[in-house]
Design a protein around this ligand. Structure first.
Ligand SMILES: [Zn+2]
Length: 209
């Protein structure tokens, strides 16, 4: 689908955006999404790099999932909509809001982790980080894992600096076991709004609840 991108230099240029992609058929997109190079465009007039967010549907049959990705700008609209269209097709729908969250979730699937346990761990990390930095707008993203640890990156403590936080793999595993035993616990139900699983659901303002 053609989309227009307006630039600060008063030039508007047209780009062609795929409406759907399949990560099994086009594995090159996996790395592009993870490293932030996905759908980056350069203004032909002034050379400025643009990273617009467009709605896109991303199937990953190998992981039995289909991501419905919305731009961060549509977050409020997603909550206000209250309903979603019935799911079609064999792949479970997961809503994702914003490309940073898309990159995070793709890494979680790539590394064979359970998104709900990762989001629950993030929730604990947010609580801890907010105690230390009550005045900062923090973003916490999954970064990598080893058999011993999961690594998260915290943005927003200082400008242009990323703090690294490592948690033992056993904490992740315990969270996952808790979820399997008691999926209806409040911590887990609070992470989900319809098909949207995200720690950000616990942080939305009252008017969007
Ligand atoms: Zn330009």
């Amino acid at each position: 689908m053609e989309q227009k991108i307006p630039c600060f230099c008063d030039n508007t240029f047209t780009v062609d955006i795929p409406e759907q992609i399949d990560l099994d058929a086009n594995t090159e997109y996996i790395d592009q999404i993870i490293d932030g190079a996905f759908l980056n465009f350069t203004c032909p007039g002034c050379g400025k790099k643009h990273k617009p967010e467009f709605a896109i549907s991303i199937a990953w049959p190998g992981k039995k999932v289909r991501f419905e990705v919305f731009p961060e700008l549509d977050r409020g609209e997603f909550y206000r909509r209250k309903k979603e269209t019935p799911d079609k097709g064999p792949l479970a729908r997961e809503t994702i809001i914003g490309y940073p969250e898309l990159s995070d979730r793709i890494m979680v699937y790539r590394d064979g982790l359970e998104p709900i346990a990762v989001e629950a761990v993030k929730y604990y990390l947010y609580l801890k980080a907010e105690e230390t930095y009550p005045d900062n707008e923090l973003e916490i993203w999954y970064a990598s894992s080893t058999p011993e640890t999961l690594e998260f990156h915290i943005h927003g403590i200082k400008e242009d600096e990323i703090a690294v936080m490592k948690i033992p793999y056993s904490l992740y595993k315990k969270t996952l076991d808790d979820y399997r035993k008691r999926p209806k616990d409040e911590i887990f139900t609070a992470l989900r709004v319809r098909s949207y699983l995200s720690v950000k659901n616990t942080m939305r303002p009252a008017e969007l609840k």
